[in-house]
Ligand binder design. Structure first.
Ligand SMILES: C[S@@+](CC[C@H](N)C(=O)[O-])C[C@H]1O[C@@H](n2cnc3c(N)ncnc32)[C@H](O)[C@@H]1O
Length: 280
């Protein structure tokens, strides 16, 4: 079994390497996909003028910009991401009341009891030791502070990810599947696990609200196949495969996604938790 340090190092290497590059190359498409999940989370967070906010795993800073607007003119956002590639892109927005930092949010020495809100859109599922990481985030919150984040539920509840993966996998080189306690996209899918992590980190009783929305993978099958080859778990596997395997995998994905073609593109169900908790 890998140690928390090894797991954290793997995540840092991924997001500073192929993960960050792929995210950046597709970020406009990704932003369109994740915005409908981020909006209810931002509404639940209800950042107020003058507040100090921490945006965890901010990526290219889409939510940072929205949080900065909500707390302006006097409030401030500190946005942290482990990927220098993505933070560099985020900084280019030149947001007057936001500061961006490259760092591991799990261990970053944030000023204690200084934030009103810790927020994240899909940025908290990658910690090697999630309890220690959430303890660190809780320490940064004022006693009256709140935590709000959105994360994916299980793969089975997210056919937009599972259907292409199941269809493609038999045609691709074998790969290691993450264990239930390993960091990754779906690592916060299990309600009981999220509740346990937050409780052990010292937060007050968390609320987990399901958020179910369709995910449009592309405007048609061609765009969908292009998109899955450029970003996400399948793109990672394609990087290890030879062209003949990729061709077979893409044909299998097209067949599996056929039932999900609509007049408005290829769309499948997506499922998240909208999680909120008070500092104590
Ligand atoms: C799925 S992306 C979400 C990005 C952004 N929040 C958004 O919604 O567009 C996950 C982000 O978390 C970042 N990340 C992963 N582990 C991290 C850590 N330990 N500390 C800070 N950021 C981390 C990645 O670099 C990546 O930008």
């Amino acid at each position: 079994m890998k140690s928390a340090t090894e797991l954290a190092a793997e995540q840092a290497a991924f997001w500073n390497g192929p993960g960050g590059k792929m995210w950046l190359a597709s970020y406009e498409r990704i932003e369109r996909t994740v915005t409908p999940f981020g909006e209810p989370a931002l509404a639940a967070a209800a950042a107020q003028p003058g507040e100090r906010v921490l945006d965890i795993g901010c990526g290219t800073g889409g939510t940072t910009a929205m949080l900065a607007r909500a707390v302006a003119p006097q409030g401030q956002v500190l946005a942290v991401d482990i990927s220098e590639t993505l933070v560099t892109a985020a900084r280019a927005q030149n947001i007057a009341n936001a500061t961006f930092a490259v760092g591991d949010a799990a261990t970053q020495p944030f000023e204690a009891a200084s934030f009103d809100l810790v927020f994240s859109r899909f940025g908290v599922m990658f910690f090697g030791d999630p309890v220690a990481a959430f303890k660190n985030l809780r320490r940064a919150l004022k006693p009256t502070g709140r935590l709000v984040f959105v994360c994916w539920r299980t793969p089975q509840e997210n056919p937009w990810g599972l259907v292409p993966m199941r269809a493609a996998a038999p045609h691709l080189p074998p790969f290691e599947r993450p264990g239930p306690e390993d960091p990754g996209q779906y690592s916060f899918g299990d309600r009981a696990r999220v509740e346990r992590i937050l409780k052990e980190a010292g937060f007050g009783a968390p609320s987990l609200r399901p958020l179910d929305l369709p995910i449009r993978l592309g405007k048609d099958m061609a765009e969908t196949l292009d998109s899955i080859g450029r970003f996400g778990p399948l793109a990672r596997l394609f990087a290890e495969a030879v062209p003949a395997q990729i061709e077979k995998a893409k044909a299998a994905v097209a067949a599996a996604l056929k039932p999900y073609e609509t007049g408005d593109g290829v769309a499948l169900p997506g499922a998240c938790w909208l999680v909120s908790a008070n500092q104590h």
